[in-house]
Design a protein around this ligand. Structure first.
Ligand SMILES: *Cc1c(COP(=O)(O)O)cnc(C)c1O
Length: 389
């Protein structure tokens, strides 16, 4: 095993000259806030997803909070979601004063298991919040039919899943509201940023107002006003708007999204081919028919019973080889806050815990080279061979 010369940073964003020029243009324009670039980015994103309405926001966390707020989620309500997600999916439920209700994942695809969802629906359930983990679409037919049967809303956490498709539709166009993340490591990065999509005009209007202090919509367009306009506060909103600086990056990231997706697809296949003969590893399952996996994260599971080392040792050995990796995710219910506040304990969601203890995300990004991927492959194979039982 040869150590790489330089450290392979996990999740480094792809950046082109177009982004840089656009940011410079925005800086020189003097309008840095929410303005024409945000509008341009929103229009392009709306076209890409095929939804009727979008709102650019400061993060997916902000977008998820807004989504639950406009659906009226509050004290006494329950929101069903997966413990196999980033903490903010759950924190926003708590910010609304509602109770997060976890449902275990399907051990096959690591997404929320609709059969388990049904068991957890009560009179207080208001929303199902599926997370398209790593970019793999959830079983939306099952989830949507449960929702319509029990009169529940569906809010999709599509932070990993901009390109993901389910039976001919982008996942961002399914359910009541979907939310995307443009955090640095995501498939489309703006540093910090997010987008909310919906086909409901009332929610769209409310989200737009709530994302900027609750100001009347005209205020959002003040940059182009030909006559002076007062703003009016309609509701106590949030400061969740996106800036034109962020949108400048987003416009060009979006233009390259399909191209980048193809590059990641190629690397995905390289990993699959090179690692498939290792019984110590579980590789990501292939796509279900009629779906497209957005391939945000290439996560493998280590079969710990076949290895002499723990998952964390494996990650540290990758670091010794100058390769960064990630864990997506440590199950949310096992973090101290949720254990202490809701009484969750080890054993509550065995599938999520099984995956959470064994998962490692290998570097996957359009800015990587074939050589980078081959370095990772060589390191993984070497570490496994040296440490197998
Ligand atoms: C990144 C992420 C978020 C939060 O995104 P931000 O834009 O950083 O707020 C939410 N859910 C999942 C599954 C994520 O990976």
């Amino acid at each position: 095993m040869k150590k790489r010369k330089n450290f392979l940073v996990f999740g480094k964003p792809y950046i082109g000259e177009e982004e840089i020029s656009e940011v410079v243009d925005t800086l020189r324009s003097g309008w840095w806030g929410t303005g024409p670039k945000v509008e341009r980015f929103e229009n392009k994103f709306r076209e890409y997803i095929g939804s009727q309405f979008v709102d650019a926001v400061s993060s997916a966390t902000a977008g998820l909070h807004l989504a639950l707020k406009v659906l009226g989620v509050g004290p006494g309500d329950e929101v069903i979601t997966t413990p196999m997600t980033f903490c903010s999916t759950v924190n926003v439920i708590i910010h609304c004063g509602a109770k997060p209700v976890f449902v275990d994942i399907d051990i096959d695809d690591w997404n929320i298991d609709p059969r388990e969802v049904e068991k957890k629906i009560t009179k207080r359930t208001k929303v199902i919040l599926p997370v398209h983990l790593h970019g793999r679409p959830c079983k939306m037919n099952e989830i949507l039919s449960l929702a319509s049967e029990h009169e529940l809303y569906v809010v999709g956490d599509a932070a990993h899943a901009i390109e993901a498709e389910y039976q001919g539709s982008k996942v961002g166009n399914l359910g009541d509201i979907a939310v995307f993340s443009f955090y640095v490591t995501k498939n489309l990065a703006t540093g910090e940023g997010g987008m909310v999509t919906t086909n409901n005009p009332l929610w769209a209007r409310k989200i737009k107002i709530m994302s900027l202090h609750g100001l009347s919509r005209d205020a959002y367009k003040r940059y182009s006003a030909k006559v002076f306009k007062h703003y009016r506060v309609l509701v106590p909103g949030f400061k969740y708007n996106m800036t034109d600086i962020q949108a400048s990056i987003g416009i060009h990231q979006l233009a390259r999204i399909e191209e980048n997706s193809k590059i990641r697809k190629k690397y995905w296949q390289m990993y699959n081919n090179a690692l498939k003969d290792f019984p110590e590893l579980v590789l990501p399952k292939s796509e279900a028919e009629g779906t497209y996996h957005a391939r945000h994260l290439y996560a493998i599971l280590l079969r710990l019973e076949r290895l002499e080392i723990t998952r964390d040792k494996f990650i540290n050995k990758l670091i010794e080889m100058n390769i960064g990796s990630g864990v997506h995710f440590y199950p949310v219910h096992l973090h101290p806050f949720y254990k202490e506040s809701f009484g969750f304990k080890r054993g509550d969601f065995p599938n999520a815990e099984f995956v959470g203890e064994r998962t490692v995300s290998l570097p996957l990004g359009a800015n990587l080279t074939d050589k980078d991927i081959n370095d990772v492959i060589e390191a993984v194979r070497g570490i496994i061979k040296k440490n197998r039982k």
